[in-house]
Ligand binder design. Structure first.
Ligand SMILES: CC(C)(COP(=O)(O)OP(=O)(O)OC[C@H]1O[C@@H](n2cnc3c(N)ncnc32)[C@H](O)[C@@H]1OP(=O)(O)O)[C@@H](O)C(=O)NCCC(=O)NCCS
Length: 215
């Protein structure tokens, strides 16, 4: 497979947004908002352009991963800077060929070189445990407010996070999208029907499921 992993150029922005829409449409909710997230993220203060890459297969953009800055905070309100990625996606016609893994591995190495202690994401563990992600509960990390969902996943790097005390995770505010703005933005794309799919129920369960600490 002829796969190139590189940064996107400005004139590829819309293509990456289209790809993102194709990959996420009806997957986690009816329709999706990730294409607007990609659009907003690029100009947000938390965006990390040096870690954001596209995958190009035979000259076509087929995958994308984008990173933002995040942090964890201990009970003394001391913060440790972390990284988060998402959206990560591969066009449905090119999934299950190792492209998503290549994007994660490529960026993980660079993130490690930048000295961060962890990448923290909210996602389906099925996609990430194979890359070494562990549930937050086993590292004493919860969401802000204490929730410990199945989808809170942490990949430690560079010696990781200490085991002294509890931490709460806070992702970038860029993820809080205005549904009205999403609908407005979506008008730039060809019409697609919003539908229910069982994957939406599955993801909702992942976000609401709580994990017990291992014995
Ligand atoms: C999640 C996503 C990015 C993964 O991308 P991908 O390119 O399909 O990922 P990979 O090909 O590296 O791995 C997927 C599976 O294919 C398998 N695979 C990899 N290369 C393969 C090959 N040549 N032949 C057969 N299977 C292969 C992997 O082992 C993996 O198997 P698993 O599901 O049993 O673990 C992609 O499915 C996607 O875009 N999904 C929609 C958007 C999304 O959900 N993003 C994540 C948000 S949480």
């Amino acid at each position: 497979m002829n796969l190139e992993i590189r940064h996107e150029t400005e004139d590829e922005h819309f293509i990456v947004e289209q790809l993102t829409r194709e990959a996420f449409w009806n997957l986690y909710v009816p329709g999706c908002d990730e294409h607007y997230l990609v659009h907003r993220m690029r100009s947000h203060q938390d965006y990390v352009p040096e870690l954001s890459f596209i995958a190009v297969k035979n000259g076509n953009i087929v995958g994308s991963i984008m990173y933002t800055r995040s942090f964890i905070e201990n009970e003394e309100k001391e913060r440790i800077r972390t990284l988060s990625f998402g959206p990560v996606c591969v066009h449905p016609d090119h999934q299950r060929q190792g492209i998503g893994s290549a994007l994660i591995e490529h960026t993980r190495k660079i993130a490690e070189g930048m000295g961060f202690p962890a990448i923290i994401i909210l996602g389906d563990p099925h996609n990430y445990c194979k890359h070494g992600f562990r549930n937050g509960v086993d590292l004493n990390i919860s969401m802000y407010g204490g929730m410990q969902p199945l989808g809170l996943l942490v990949l430690e790097m560079n010696g990781g996070i200490g085991r002294n005390g509890k931490y709460e995770y806070k992702g970038s505010e860029v993820y809080a999208l205005d549904p009205e703005e999403v609908m407005e933005f979506d008008r730039r794309f060809p019409f697609r029907e919003k539908r229910h799919h069982y994957s939406q129920d599955l993801f909702s369960m992942i976000l609401r499921s709580r994990v017990e600490k291992s014995m």
